[in-house]
Design a binder for this molecule. Structure first.
Ligand code: TPP
Ligand code: MG
Length: 599
């Protein structure tokens, strides 16, 4: 932990002689950096050496991908920069997946990539690869330190751009540029206020919302990033509009609020989908309305194609990109919501005439969805019924419900991308922002665990829980070593169904159960592995043990202990991800005819 007093941490002021390493580290200090995730490497040893005296904690991880996800989780939990660093070449290429994931999670991660030395670049020396092209499509900004004298300037710019554009920025530094003498000033962070958006657009939006008979709000990631929750609640209350969470942003509106309806998208809330289907005006607040998050679900093609859409996003490129819109507002979610509140306050709102009926509809749809969920104790398709009949293990849905009931107040939950994690979307009701860290549109297995570790570093007082499938766990459990070594206590809930379930579901639905590479046979006991690595591990196979085990594990976090709860669940499978993108197999060659669809 950083124990250095704030005064001591202040970055140096005025133009001074320093080394580029000092300039780099002092710029980190000026940007408020207190934690950096990575694996040591000779490329940046000279700067690393300064970290302790600068009040920066270096968190040493098991794999650079883990460091990148930790920086992402840290940024998502705190709203501050997450920072990761690695050795040039292989250390840096290990950042590719985590950087792409942070890009789609809109996380201000600064990816520091020391590069091969400038005097040997291109000669095919040691640990050399072109590091800028690799990240060009998964960063918002790339700074290349082309002269050591520009170290502070370009470091600061990478930090500024990451926050300004809400996404990863790469800082590429030829390794020899850490050494030498330079004269420079440490730039202070840029503070840019985003503002509410164009006056005319706000006026037009207010007109549309005032004239709406059935307004519905979609509350997205921008509400979380823009600290706009309170404004979103006030706007919803003024309009008396139901509020849907955008896909995987279940923490974008308090779930206990009467106007909350749940999440849109894959494994989301039927109540939310049925209510938005009735909208004549949709206010998309801080959401890009991503294509995957608005696809038909549960057999409901719910998107209201005739509704007028008012979309608010800080990134102008997202406006009208996926759905046609009537009004686009390029602005900060909170400032825009407040500007709309000011405009709507004195107006006659058409939707108030039927607000009583609308509230009743919201209540009824929520009650119906709740009753359906309560009765939906297991999956009902033929495969799931067959496979779970002879199993003594828990039904995933029942297990998820028990976890939901036992979720401690203020918990942060990260979710991976498997079938059971996806089903958990229906069982994650959250009260406060910065509480859910799903693998967003990049959808990589192995996201959830390192991400919650980073979130825990940013918010050590909050219970931190990762939901992870057993396949994804195999990819990411190495970071248990980080939790133990660095004393970052978290809880991993591992769903052991002995399979790469989400993909197996495609074999079941489209490929006549010709299973290839989807069964995870002969797995180790993950509880035993956890213990061997110095964490706690418990195997849970009874529903009645789920809640108490989660309670105990999250309580153990207060004593600094990390716990793995290995949930033994049946092999049944919920609705698939990509029904939209798969087709029954067609075969023309005789050799492959046996695999052609017969249905
Ligand atoms: C890095 C990566 N590799 C492969 C995939 C394809 N994929 C998506 S879901 C999934 C299965 C996940 O299995 P598991 O983590 O065990 O969860 P389950 O579906 O069984 O609940 C796979 C392999 C992916 N999304 N990311
Ligand atoms: Mg699995």
């Amino acid at each position: 932990m950083n124990t250095m007093s704030e005064a001591k941490r202040l970055a140096v002021v005025g133009t001074q002689k320093m080394t580029p390493s000092e300039a780099f580290v002092e710029t980190l200090v000026a940007q408020g950096v207190t934690d950096v995730f990575g694996i040591v490497g000779s490329a940046y040893m000279d700067a690393l050496d300064l970290f302790p005296l600068a009040g920066i904690r270096f968190i040493s991880v098991a794999h650079e991908q883990g460091a990148g996800h930790m920086a992402d989780g840290y940024a998502r939990a705190s709203g501050r920069h997450g920072v990761c660093i690695a050795q040039n070449g292989p250390g840096v290429t290990n950042f590719v997946t985590s950087t792409a994931a942070a890009y789609w999670a809109h996380s201000p991660v600064v990816v520091v990539t020391p590069e091969t030395g400038s005097m040997t670049l291109g000669l095919g020396g040691f640990q050399e690869t072109e590091q800028l092209p690799i990240f060009s499509k998964i960063t918002k900004y790339q700074a290349h330190v082309n002269n050591k004298a520009r170290m502070a300037e370009l470091t600061a710019r990478a930090f500024d751009r990451a926050l300004l554009e809400l996404g990863p920025a790469q800082l590429n530094i030829p390794r020899d540029f850490f050494y030498g003498d330079i004269e420079c000033e440490i730039p202070r962070p840029l503070v840019i206020e985003r503002g509410a958006g164009g006056e005319q657009a706000l006026d037009a939006a207010a007109e549309l919302l005032a004239s709406a008979q059935f307004p519905v709000i979609v509350s997205g990631g921008g509400v979380i990033a823009g600290d706009a929750s309170a404004a979103a609640v006030r706007l919803a209350e003024l309009l008396q509009a139901p509020v849907c969470n955008s896909y995987l942003h279940n923490d974008s509106f308090p779930a206990s609020h009467p106007l909350w309806c749940g999440a849109l998208g894959y494994q989301g809330s039927k109540a939310a989908m049925k209510l938005i289907a009735k909208a004549d005006v949709v206010l998309a607040l801080g959401t890009r309305l991503g294509p995957f998050g608005t696809l038909p679900q549960h057999g409901l093609d719910y998107w209201p194609k005739n509704a007028k859409i008012v979309q608010i996003d800080a990134d102008p490129r997202m406006l009208g990109l996926v759905k046609p819109i009537s009004v686009g507002i390029c602005g900060d979610a909170r400032a825009a919501a407040e500007a709309l509140l000011a405009r709507l306050s004195g107006k006659t709102l058409r939707g108030h005439a039927n607000k009583g009926a609308r509230l009743e509809t919201i209540k009824a749809e929520k009650a119906q969805w709740e009753a359906e969920l309560e009765g939906w104790t297991h999956e009902k398709d033929t495969w799931s019924l067959e496979i779970s009949r002879s199993s003594a293990y828990m039904h995933p849905r029942q297990m998820l419900r028990e976890l939901e009931r036992a979720l401690p107040e203020g918990a942060m939950v990260s979710t991976d991308i498997g079938n059971i994690c996806s089903v958990s979307n229906s069982y994650l009701r959250l009260e406060r922002p910065r509480s859910m860290f799903a693998a967003m549109s990049f959808g990589n297995c192995g996201y959830a665990f390192p991400t919650i570790v980073g979130a825990k570093v940013a918010a050590p007082e909050r219970p931190a829980i990762a939901y992870v499938g057993d396949g994804a766990w195999g990819m990411s459990f190495g970071e248990l070593a980080t939790c133990v070594r660095e004393e970052i206590p978290v809880t991993a809930v591992v769903f052991n169904n002995g399979q790469w379930g989400a993909e197996k579901k495609n074999h079941v639905d489209f490929y006549d159960r010709r299973f290839i590479g989807v069964n995870l046979d002969k797995q180790p006991s993950w509880a035993a592995v956890a213990k061997a690595m110095g964490a706690e591990g418990h195997r849970i196979d009874k529903l009645s043990d789920v809640g108490p085990a989660l309670h105990a594990a999250t309580a153990a976090q207060r004593e600094g202990r990390t716990t793995v709860l290995e949930m033994m669940v049946t092999r049944e499978l919920g609705d698939p991800f990509r029904r939209d993108a798969l087709a029954l197999p067609t075969r023309h060659l005789d050799k492959y005819k046996a695999t052609a669809a017969t249905r």
